[in-house]
Design a binder for this molecule. Structure first.
Ligand code: ATP
Length: 225
């Protein structure tokens, strides 16, 4: 009997937070109605540090947009802990901190399918799976049975023995954790697409972000050049 996670973290750049992120949280909170979901904006995600280009939007604004997007969502809160960690920060270090702060809790980390694909290249991926389960959201063509297969492959490539539960779309790993694959697809939108469209005409991103995020972007003139 697998014990489902009771705290689920959702990391990312959130530059800006969009409908795809919001759908992801909605799907996961319906799937795990007893879990708390904490959104964790990255201070300087390693991807950007490696590319030697910083995220243009200040951390404080990315956090503020996440806060207004999920305002009054039951079960959901926002953590700015990554500001306190050294940069570039790695997910396994954030999870070590969360794990120390929540002894006895069952943790999980939410990612989109594109990130599952690159997961083995993350710093210390085995440690991440020792500390937490993964909850994977389908994205574009990465979905359904193929995504379950990818999850199995990723876990075994990292040296975990696996048991696949095809009915529940879950891969259980020797050592305790699981990879949960969600069936419902969030809205297909990305932050990079939003940043690009916003430079042309703010109106074009109206359906892609929450109204309060739209107001924040236009009040501060974010992504305008
Ligand atoms: P960018 O376009 O700049 O790469 P992004 O839209 O992927 O950004 P991030 O903040 O980097 O946004 O994403 C945080 C997490 O949310 C990642 O795990 C990503 O895979 C996931 N995610 C983002 N958008 C979607 C979406 N539309 N469907 C499913 N997962 C998503």
């Amino acid at each position: 009997m697998v014990a489902d996670p009771n705290i689920i973290y959702f990391g990312g750049a959130f530059d800006p937070v969009h409908r795809g992120h919001m759908d992801s949280v909605q799907i996961v909170r319906e799937f795990f109605p007893n879990a708390k979901i904490t959104v964790v904006p990255g201070f300087l995600p390693p991807r950007n540090a490696n590319e030697q280009k910083s995220i243009a939007t200040p951390f404080v604004d990315r956090v503020a947009m996440v806060v207004v997007a999920f305002d009054e969502w039951a079960q959901v809160d926002v953590s700015s802990v990554e500001e306190e960690l050294k940069t570039p920060n790695y997910t396994y270090l954030t999870l070590e901190k969360f794990s120390q702060e929540n002894p006895g809790s069952r943790l999980a980390w939410m990612i989109g399918a594109d990130q599952l694909q690159s997961f083995p290249t993350w710093r210390n991926p085995r440690r991440i799976l020792e500390l937490a389960s993964l909850v994977v959201l389908p994205r574009l063509s990465l979905a359904g049975g193929d995504l379950l297969e990818m999850a199995t492959h990723v876990a075994s490539s990292l040296g975990f023995g696996t048991t696949v539960d095809k009915d529940n779309f879950r891969v259980d790993l020797d050592g305790g954790g699981s990879i949960y694959v969600m069936k419902r697809m969030p809205q297909s939108v990305s932050s990079s697409e939003i940043r690009k469209l916003a430079t042309k005409n703010l109106k074009e991103i109206e359906t892609m972000v929450a109204p309060a995020v739209m107001d924040y972007i236009s009040d501060l003139g974010l992504y305008q050049n």
